[in-house]
Design a binder for this molecule. Structure first.
Ligand code: NIG
Ligand code: FE
Length: 439
């Protein structure tokens, strides 16, 4: 059979193939990454058609283009399932205040923190948001992220939240990276509602969530077979998320917002236990959330509940690192209990301006005590499931989208082992080379 591209002679090819029965990998399954020595892939357009040993693939297929991956590790593109990548401005001054001893929550309560980024984001046009965010997406892509979730949450009123969704839509279409949009109107209480959190929740539930849930964007698709293109509609926000935290939104407020969003047809995510354990994990499990994120101060019985559910736990080790804290997600415990874990950057201007999933893997190996294999699974297959895209991306299997990384490394464990640099030699997105280290 003739295909568009064959990638051959990978020193190690990691398929991250789904476990029997599909879904994310849980507990002990996360160590199985589907390693093929001297591996190869056949791609047809945007899709993987075959994965196997080089000798077999070369015998079965011919191709327009050949990519020699000898001396390389080949694996799926990273999926970053929790980012606040769209914002304007920066908070470098706040970083200095924290070094001098102020805490993240003290700065937030003094009117800084998220609200200072809200002011800058409200003042920016869609074009400015797209321009500033696009540079961050470029660096994420160069470090191997091919799909990311993107949250709103720096607009905090209907018009500015929609402006953020518009920016995400434009970037998803114009940038090589694919973005999955999440509505996070409950990220903080905006200044005009200061001291009136319940009134802000009323406003979100009565006005903003119904409008966001109804909003769809028209997308023009070109047919891959050369036939006529067609038009389709995509929801402006696939997920609704809430920052459930002491001094932000409490458990009852979080439940009201998430229930309204679920009734309006959105899937759910929840920020929980970043600082104080309010009981967000059992709430997320009870509401059938796709993921529950942060999980730093989570009590053991809540972890056990999570491990028995279909909700994926998302650890964000860049955030405690970024804050100079020493407490991290008890990920080892979640795996021992049989849970499914994903990793993400939490990329945001306050706690974690990190654009590299490679660095997150390095942190996860040290502070969450994951092996490189477990961390890679958490950053690919399980991360894809954490944003509802497990059937499309996150593994190298026939029928999946051809989102592939070539790493300049002799062994896959160099991911985790090495940090602070970039091991990526080449990024392939939907079958096309979109970034190479050779420029
Ligand atoms: O995940 N927790 C809430 N949101 C971010 C911080 C966002 C910001 O400070 O701008 C987080 O840490
Ligand atoms: Fe976050």
């Amino acid at each position: 059979m003739h295909v568009t591209r064959i990638i051959h002679h990978a020193r190690q090819l990691l398929t991250l193939a789904a476990p029997p029965g599909g879904g994310p990998r849980r507990g002990a399954q996360m160590a199985e990454i589907g390693l093929i020595e001297d591996g190869a892939l056949a791609l047809k357009g945007e899709v993987i058609v075959a994965v196997g040993a080089t000798a077999q693939i070369m015998a079965d297929y011919t191709a327009d283009e050949l990519t020699d991956a000898s001396d390389c590790i080949v694996l799926p593109g990273f999926v970053d399932p929790h980012t606040h990548v769209v914002w304007a401005g920066d908070r470098a001054a706040e970083f200095e205040m924290r070094i001098a001893g102020a805490s993240y929550m003290e700065i937030m309560q003094a009117g800084g923190g998220i609200v200072s980024t809200v002011k800058a984001t409200r003042a920016a046009s869609v074009e400015e948001l797209v321009a500033q965010t696009s540079r961050r997406l470029d660096r994420m892509l160069a470090h191997g992220t091919t799909t990311a979730e993107a949250k709103t949450g720096y607009g905090l009123n209907l018009d500015d939240e929609i402006k953020m969704l518009d920016a995400i839509r434009i970037l998803d279409e114009d940038h090589a990276m694919d973005l999955t949009p999440t509505f996070l109107g409950a990220h903080a209480v905006p200044p005009e509602f200061s001291g009136r959190t319940d009134a802000y929740v009323d406003y979100l539930v009565a006005e903003v969530i119904p409008a966001v849930a109804d909003l769809q964007y028209q997308v023009a698709l070109t047919a891959t077979d050369g036939g006529p293109g067609y038009t389709t509609y995509v929801p402006a926000a696939r997920f609704c998320d809430v920052f459930c935290e002491q001094g932000v939104f409490d458990l009852a407020q979080s439940e009201r917002i998430l229930t309204a969003a679920a009734d309006a047809g959105m899937a759910l995510k929840l920020h929980v236990d970043e600082f104080a354990p309010l009981g967000g994990t059992p709430l997320a499990v009870r509401l059938g959330a796709t993921s529950v994120d942060h999980l730093v101060s989570t009590p053991d019985d809540h972890l056990a509940l999570l491990a028995q559910s279909n909700t994926i736990g998302v650890a964000l080790p860049g955030t405690p690192f970024g804050l100079g804290h020493h407490e991290f997600t008890p990920a080892r415990r979640l795996l021992d209990l049989g849970g499914a874990l994903a990793l993400a950057t939490d990329l945001n201007p306050g706690t974690c301006w990190c654009e590299s999933m490679q660095f997150i893997i390095a942190l996860a190996c040290r502070y969450l005590r994951l092996t490189p294999a477990e961390a890679i699974c958490a950053a690919t297959l399980n991360a894809a499931h954490a944003i509802g895209l497990g059937a499309l991306v996150g593994s190298l299997e026939a029928g999946k989208q051809a989102d592939i990384l070539l790493l300049d490394a002799p062994d896959y464990r160099h991911l985790g082992y090495r940090f602070g640099g970039n091991l990526v030699r080449e990024v392939i997105k939907k079958g096309r080379v979109v970034w190479t280290s050779r420029g």
